[in-house]
Design a protein around this ligand. Sequence first.
Ligand SMILES: Cc1cc2nc3c(=O)[nH]c(=O)nc-3n(C[C@H](O)[C@H](O)[C@H](O)COP(=O)(O)OP(=O)(O)OC[C@H]3O[C@@H](n4cnc5c(N)ncnc54)[C@H](O)[C@@H]3O)c2cc1C
Length: 744
Amino acid sequence: GLYTQSDQVVLLTPSTVDAVLFNSSAAVLVEFYASWCGHCMAFAPVWKSLARDTREWKPAVDLAVIDCADENNRQTCIRFGIRGYPTLKFFHAYSEKGSNGVSFEVAERDVMSLRQHLINMMETHKESWPPACPPLESASEVEINKFFETNSVQHLALVFEKADSYVGREVILDMLQFENVAVRRVLDTEEGLVSKFGVTDFPSCHLYYPDGHMTRLSVQMEARTFYSYALQRLSGVVRSGRPPPLVSDLSPNNTEMEWKPFNRSRVYMADLESALHYSLRVELAAHPTITGGALTALKRYASVLAKHFPGRPMVKNLLRALDTWLQSQEDAEITYKSLQVVLDNKEETPEALLPDSVRWVGCQGSKPRFRRYPCSMWTLFHVMTVEALNSSNSDAQEVLQALRGYVRNFFGCRECAGHFERMAQESMYQVKKLSDAVLWLWSRHNRVNSRLAGALSEDPHFPKVQWPPPELCPKCHSVQLTGEHQWDSAAVLTFLEEHFSSSRIFLDYLEPEAELLRRQLGPPVILEENEQDTGDHAARAARDIRQDLGEEPAAEKDQEGAEDEQELDADQSEGAREGGENDAMPEAAARRPSILGLHRREAQEEIVDLDSFVNQHYKAKVLRAALISRRRRRAVPGGHEQGRAGDLGLQPLESDEFAWGAKQRLQKRALTGQYTGLEEDEEALDLDAGSLGGPWVSVLSLGFSRLDISLCLLLYTLSSLCLLAMYRFFQLRVWHRRGKVALP
Ligand SMILES: Cc1cc2nc3c(=O)[nH]c(=O)nc-3n(C[C@H](O)[C@H](O)[C@H](O)COP(=O)(O)OP(=O)(O)OC[C@H]3O[C@@H](n4cnc5c(N)ncnc54)[C@H](O)[C@@H]3O)c2cc1C
């Protein structure tokens, strides 16, 4: 057929048709169609849109479809007297069995006309008003004055409007699934209320309070969507059957993960890195071997990540290494284990790593089951499409198809993957431009939001809305002359470009690279003497860092390392001999295995602080690159790119680090409101360089250890005492002599 479950319409079959249409508490509007009919195909998107548009009205009215081209349904369609397609029929609530429904004819088959006619049909209900449907007629002054005597809701919203307006009734139905709020329409002819409160704008929405006063609802535009959206956000207003969200949910007790305060209108790198970790290390790991179409999809996904992931240099390096490795695999099959070697950087690609845990920030949920991974994947996808838009070497299909391929083959929620695949099949192929790719993903994500609003998976603290809501992007919303809400695509695109732009991503809560590196170097490795020659990853990596820092000349490092180790071993042997007398010493300790690499570094923690090593290392590199770049830019007018790389011979990592370091500083100043332009950045770089690159800082943080400094202080104190003692000694001698001279 032309519809699926995810289209928010009821799919009728001969066995369900009677139960859905007859004696139901909700009215039902049915489309009888034939899947081969061209008109039906053209009409299907409108019907789906109508279903999305009226999704909140469900308790009062539902949309249903039945495919009369299906042999199984033929008898049912004949029973309802269907001769042409599409035919629309309206069934009132509590329709009797055997009813044929009422013909639903509209001049224009667009969403607005259909929606308004649907309201007209609901109002024609003749029997007693169905309880599932709220009162749609206009309210009188008397009714409003007595409202709070007979109702216990917290808020009463009054939509003042003209008689031919549908806004009030639409808002009443939109709020049907929400508790603690009631909506009534008041006509401009209700003079008592209109003059009492001085209402002059029609439509306009006001909140009426039990003490009889009224305030106007503050909205960007006087239209249905804005009223409904603002009313859903009033305090105490919750979806029916849902408890009001508790503030304490947002600060879980300390048995759960600590809540990290964050800005809801920003994207966090911690979420993006978490998405990568989870997708590459957890989701992919469920596929011990990857072959055929899945392998191709993975290669595309890795390629797009390597191109467009706007992350830290080390993460980008890892993604590049992963991409290079995957593209070089010519076999029809790879194993996850072999991929894992690259992911965990077992080959020790310099300065490449992917954090090996998740840190949700913008994607935190009020309960562990909410948000997190799927939220971070959406965010990652949006960031990727926007990054691709800003890059010169990509095309719309490449990015979208890569994301689609990943979802289809690997995304753990198979239902979600099915829904996404259907949306992709429907229209993804039509996307030609990168800007359309950004908008395609945005609009499909909104479809998913619409479908999931009110679902069990919705976090009550983060309700699913059509995004971005007016408070986040006022310009994205506009109202047609007919009063119909409309997205302003150009404004939405501008907003998305900015919202998901790499320069605006917050870097808070990221695990420091030094910490990650330390963990990547692995746990302390203790080797027996006869294992020493095999070498040790951690030792090698730590030494490489020292070498990068210029602390150890490359040619000498191995030899020195060997000498160090020999010295240490000698010391240890000595210690072992001394300690050999100690009977209490366990045998293993008495054997004193050689301690290599990082472990030795940790044992000598007083001498080398790996954190400050790495921090200084990166800061120095970034600043160096930035300063060189700045000078080059000044020397070569308009030579921004030349200054960054190319003739300077900077390796890609360095240019990444440049961008990364500059981005962090820019972001810091953007946050404190200090950002004014390039020159300021340059000054800041000078300042930073001055303060960080000065000899004293480096000497203090690198040349001296804490032990050294303690010894210095001790010596200083001892020498002061010594000087004091000498001073007292000479003073006493002088007094003694004077005493002698004074005596006769
Ligand atoms: C490809 C995919 C398909 C999915 N399909 C289903 C499904 O069929 N059924 C199901 O139950 N769950 C599905 N999910 C999960 C679901 O969509 C949510 O991700 C999950 O419920 C968490 O919701 P959330 O509140 O964190 O917001 P999410 O919808 O995950 O959104 C994350 C963030 O993106 C921003 N955002 C919201 N809407 C948009 C938009 N339109 N454009 C740009 N940015 C936006 C917001 O800042 C939001 O906080 C799917 C997830 C993915 C990645």
